[in-house]
Design a binder for this molecule. Structure first.
Ligand SMILES: [Zn+2]
Length: 456
C-alpha cells in the first residue's frame, strides 16, 4: 500500500474500551425510537438494551466511559449511494437542461475551462478528503464513490467508509470494458454504472444494450435511469435491478427525473447526491428535497438513505441499522420528539452533533465535545462551516492550506464556506510551507485537462 501524505493524520483507532451511551432515544426503524442504552467496543455496537435491563451485566465488566445523551436522538449513519469524492470542490457547472450527460460534459469543458482548471489544481488526494468531509458533515458514514478507488486514501483513517467490494465502469461510454469488468466482479458484489442519464434516443437504448452484455438482475446497480421506457422500467423492477436516484442532479442537467411514484414501486432503490458539479447541497438537502418538493413519504425516504441503500450496495456489517452486533455507524441530533423519519426529513447538517463511523468518533459539535472522553477526540481538528464549529477527524489545517493554494479566498463545499476561525479568515496558505514541515501532496497527481475529462 502506498503511503499517504494526509492519512497519517487521522489514524486514531476505534475505541477499544467500552463506551456506553445512555439517555437518548435510539431509532429502531423509520417509525419508532425508544429510550435505549447502548455500548460500543471496537468497531461494533456490542450491546443495545432497555435502560435497567442488561445494565448489571454491563456494569460488571467495569470498563469504559459513559456518555450522557439525554435530550438527543440516535440514528443509523446515513448512506450516500452515489458520489464522486474527487469532484468535491467544484461548483455546479453547466447551463442545462441538456439531452444527456454527454452534451453537459462537452459544454462545461468548452465554457468552464478556467474554473475546471482551478479545481483540478488541488491535488486529487486533497479533493477526495474534502469529498469525505462533505459527506461527514451531513451525517453520511458510508459513501459509494464512483471513480478509481485509492486504497492509500480510503483505508488509512478516512473519516467515512468507502466500500470497495464492487465492480464498475463509468457508463456505456466504456462499453468495451463492461463484459470484462463484470466477469472480474465477485458474484456477491454489485456492479455499478451510470445508465440512461439523458432523455434522448441514445439514452433510451442503453438499458437494452446493457442487457445484451450482462445479466440484468439484482447485482446490477444503475445510476440515474432517467431515459428508461415504461417497458424497460417493468423489466428493471421485475428483475430487482438496483437503481440509484439522484434527483437534484438529474433536474439540473436534464430538467427531468424519476417520479416519486416510480421510485416507490422499485424493489431495490437508494438515494445518491452525485457530485457538487451538478448538485448544490448534501444528502440531507436531497432528503428534504425529495420529501418536500417531490412528495416522497418520510418513512420511504428514511429507508432510501439507510436500509435500502445498505441492501443495494450489499453492505454486510449491519450498516443502516442500529442493533447489537452492527457496525457502530451512527449520528446524533437533538430529539424533537418526532418519529425518526419525520426528524430526518427536517434535518440539516447544522443538526448533526456527533458522528461515529466504525466505533470512531469522527465528528462532534462544540457542545457535545464536552461529553466525550478526551482520548477519543485525539487528532480531531476544528473547522468552521459557514461560521459553525465542528470538530472532525481530518487534517483540516493541511487540507485548507492545500485548497487555498488554488482558490482565491476560502474554499467551499456544498456552497458552504470553510474556515479555521469563526470570524472568517481563510487560512493564508499562499506561499507558505505546510505547518508541520512535511511535504504536501504532490501537484503531479492532479488530473490534467487533456488527459482526463470530467464525467460525473
Ligand atoms: Zn455520477
Amino acid at each position: 500500500m502506498q503511503t499517504s501524505t494526509l492519512a497519517q493524520f487521522s489514524l486514531a483507532p476505534a475505541a477499544t474500551e467500552l463506551l456506553t451511551f445512555e439517555g437518548a432515544r435510539v431509532a429502531r426503524s423509520a417509525f419508532s425510537a425508544k429510550y435505549r442504552t447502548f455500548s460500543v467496543r471496537g468497531p461494533l455496537i456490542e450491546n443495545l438494551f432497555m435502560p435497567g435491563v442488561g445494565e448489571i451485566a454491563q456494569r460488571r465488566q467495569g470498563d469504559g466511559a459513559t456518555v450522557d445523551l439525554a435530550g438527543f436522538m440516535v440514528f443509523p449513519g446515513l448512506i450516500n449511494a452515489h458520489d464522486h469524492l474527487d469532484f468535491s470542490l467544484f461548483p455546479r457547472l453547466g447551463q442545462g437542461p441538456y439531452p444527456s450527460w454527454r452534451e453537459w460534459a462537452a459544454d462545461i469543458h468548452r465554457s468552464e475551462e478556467s474554473r475546471i482548471a482551478e479545481c483540478l489544481r488541488v491535488p486529487r488526494e486533497t479533493r477526495l478528503w474534502w469529498g469525505g468531509i462533505r459527506n461527514l458533515l451531513c451525517g453520511v458514514t458510508t459513501v459509494s464513490h464512483h471513480n478509481p478507488y485509492l486504497e492509500q486514501v480510503f483505508r488509512a483513517g478516512f473519516p467515512v467508509q468507502v466500500p470497495d467490494e464492487f465492480g464498475w465502469v463509468h457508463s456505456l461510454a466504456e462499453i468495451h470494458k463492461v463484459v470484462e469488468r463484470f466477469a472480474q466482479t465477485p458474484l456477491e458484489s454489485p456492479f455499478i454504472l451510470h445508465l440512461a442519464e439523458g432523455t434522448d434516443q441514445a439514452s433510451q437504448q442503453e438499458f437494452d444494450v446493457l442487457g445484451h452484455l450482462v445479466p440484468v438482475n439484482e447485482r446490477l446497480v444503475l445510476v440515474h435511469c432517467v431515459g428508461l421506457t415504461a417497458q424497460q422500467w417493468e423489466s428493471a423492477a421485475n428483475s430487482g435491478t438496483g437503481i440509484v436516484w439522484c434527483p437534484s442532479s438529474n433536474l439540473y442537467t436534464l430538467g427531468s427525473t424519476l417520479s416519486a411514484e416510480r421510485v416507490r414501486n422499485l424493489p431495490n432503490v437508494a438515494l445518491g447526491t452525485d457530485s457538487p458539479l451538478t448538485v448544490s447541497g448534501d444528502l440531507l438537502d436531497e432528503i428534504r428535497f425529495v420529501h418536500e418538493e417531490l412528495g416522497v413519504p418520510a418513512p420511504f425516504v428514511y429507508d432510501l438513505a439507510t436500509s435500502k441503500a445498505a441492501r443495494l450496495l450489499r453492505l454486510r456489517q449491519g450498516e443502516g441499522d442500529l442493533q447489537t452486533g452492527s457496525k457502530a455507524d451512527l449520528i446524533v441530533a437533538r430529539d424533537k420528539q418526532l418519529t425518526p423519519a419525520e426528524a430526518l426529513v427536517q434535518m440539516s447538517w447544522r443538526d448533526i452533533e456527533l458522528v461515529m463511523e466504525g466505533g470512531r468518533v469522527v465528528l462532534l459539535s462544540a457542545s457535545l465535545a464536552e461529553h466525550i472522553p478526551a482520548e477519543l477526540t485525539d487528532d480531531m481538528e476544528s473547522i468552521f462551516v459557514d461560521g459553525v464549529e465542528r470538530l472532525i477527524r481530518a487534517p483540516v489545517d493541511k487540507l485548507l492550506r492545500q485548497a487555498c493554494l488554488s482558490f482565491e479566498g476560502a474554499p467551499s463545499i456544498s456552497g458552504r464556506r470553510l474556515t479555521l476561525t469563526k470570524t472568517n479568515r481563510s487560512p493564508d496558505g499562499r506561499h507558505q510551507p505546510s505547518s508541520d514541515g512535511t511535504a504536501i501532496a504532490a501537484r503531479d497527481d492532479c488530473f490534467s485537462l487533456s488527459g482526463h475529462k470530467l464525467a460525473k
